[in-house]
Design a protein around this ligand. Structure first.
Ligand code: NAP
Length: 259
C-alpha cells in the first residue's frame, strides 16, 4: 500500500520503529503510535502472521504501518530495517527498543552459556545496535532532525530475578545503564532517551518462560492486585516518545502497579 507520506495531500508522517512490534507490549505500542499519527514500522523476527495482523488492524483504522522482518542481533538486518523505514516514511523520528526474550526459570548455576548468550544478545546487544542506528540517523550534528528513543527495560532490573532468570534481569539492568548514558551523550544533539520498566504484564512472554500462570500466582504481591495490560505500558512509551515530554531524558519510568 502506498504511504500517505508520498502524497501531496498529507504532511510527512513521523516515522517510528518498534522492535518486536508484532506481539504483546510492542504491538500495543505500534497501535497507539499509529492512532497518534505516527508512521510505524512493525519489526518482528519469526511470526510474520502476528506482525501482519498488527499492520492490518492499524490500517483498518486509517493508520500507516508496515511489517519488517529483522533479527535485532544482526547488524546487517538492523541496517536494512532502518533503511526500509526511511524509504517508506522519511526521516526517522523515534525508536522503541522493545524486542526482548526470557527463558525458563532456574538458578544461575544451572544455566547454559548458550542460553545466557541468547538472552544477552537479544535484550542488550540488539538494543545497543538499534540505538546506534537510530542515533546515527537522528543526531542534528549529522543532518538528522532529532528524535526520541524509548528502551523497554523491566522491574527485574531492580529485583535481579533470583532463582528465575538472573541473565534476563542483568540484561535489563544494562538497558537502564544504556538509557542513562546515551541520554547524556546525545541530549545536546536533539535526541531524548528514556526507559520504561514494566512489572508483570499480560503477554505471551511468561509462557515462553514456561510459566503461563506467573501473573495469577504473583497477583497478591502487586499493590494494585492485578497484572498490567500491554496498553498501559504503551501509554507510557508513547508519552516518552512524544513532544509531550520535551524535558524528560535519562528517566526510568516504572509501570508496575506499585510493585
Ligand atoms: P512477547 O509478547 O513475547 O513479544 C516479544 C516480541 O519480540 C515479539 O514481537 C518477537 O517477535 C520479538 N522478538 C524477539 N526476539 C527478537 C529478535 N531477535 N529480533 C526482533 N524481534 C524479536 O514479549 P512482551 O512481554 O511484549 O515483552 C516486550 C518487552 O517488554 C521485552 O523487552 C520484555 O523483556 C519487556 N518486559 C515484559 C514484561 C512482561 O511482563 N510481559 C515485563 C517487563 C519487561 P517474533 O514473535 O516474531 O519472534
Amino acid at each position: 500500500m502506498q504511504s500517505p507520506s508520498n502524497s501531496a495531500h498529507h504532511p510527512p508522517l513521523r516515522a517510528v520503529i518498534v522492535t518486536g512490534g508484532s506481539r504483546g507490549i510492542g504491538a500495543a505500542t505500534a497501535n497507539l503510535l499509529a492512532r497518534n499519527g505516527y508512521g510505524v514500522c512493525v519489526n518482528f523476527r519469526d511470526d510474520v502472521e502476528a506482525a501482519e495482523r498488527v499492520v492490518a488492524r492499524i490500517e483498518s483504522t486509517g493508520g500507516c504501518a508496515f511489517a519488517y522482518r529483522a533479527d535485532v542481533t544482526d547488524e546487517d538486518q538492523v541496517r536494512a530495517l532502518f533503511n526500509a523505514c526511511e524509504r517508506r516514511f522519511g526521516a526517522l523520528a523515534g525508536l522503541v527498543n522493545n524486542a526482548g526474550i526470557l527463558d525458563r526459570q532456574m538458578p544461575l548455576a544451572e544455566m547454559t552459556v548458550a542460553r545466557m548468550r541468547r538472552i544477552v544478545e537479544t535484550n542488550l546487544l540488539g538494543a545497543l545496535i538499534c540505538a546506534r542506528e537510530a542515533v546515527l540517523r537522528m543526531q542534528r550534528s549529522r543532518g538528522g532532525q532529532g528524535g526520541a528513543i524509548v528502551n523497554v527495560s523491566s522491574m527485574a532490573a531492580r529485583y535481579g530475578a533470583p532463582f528465575e532468570y538472573i541473565d534476563y534481569a542483568a540484561s535489563k539492568g544494562a538497558i537502564d545503564t544504556l538509557t542513562v548514558g546515551l541520554a547524556r551523550e546525545v541530549a545536546a544533539d536533539g535526541i531524548r532517551v528514556n526507559a520504561v520498566r514494566p512489572g508483570l504484564i499480560e503477554t505471551e512472554i511468561h509462557a515462553s518462560g514456561a510459566d503461563p500462570g506467573r501473573i495469577a500466582r504473583l497477583r497478591t504481591t502487586i499493590p494494585m492486585q492485578r497484572g498490567g495490560l500491554p496498553d498501559e505500558v504503551a501509554a507510557a512509551i508513547v508519552w516518552l516518545l512524544s513532544d509531550a515530554s520535551p524535558y524528560t531524558t535519562g528517566a526510568l519510568l516504572d509501570v508496575a502497579g506499585g510493585r
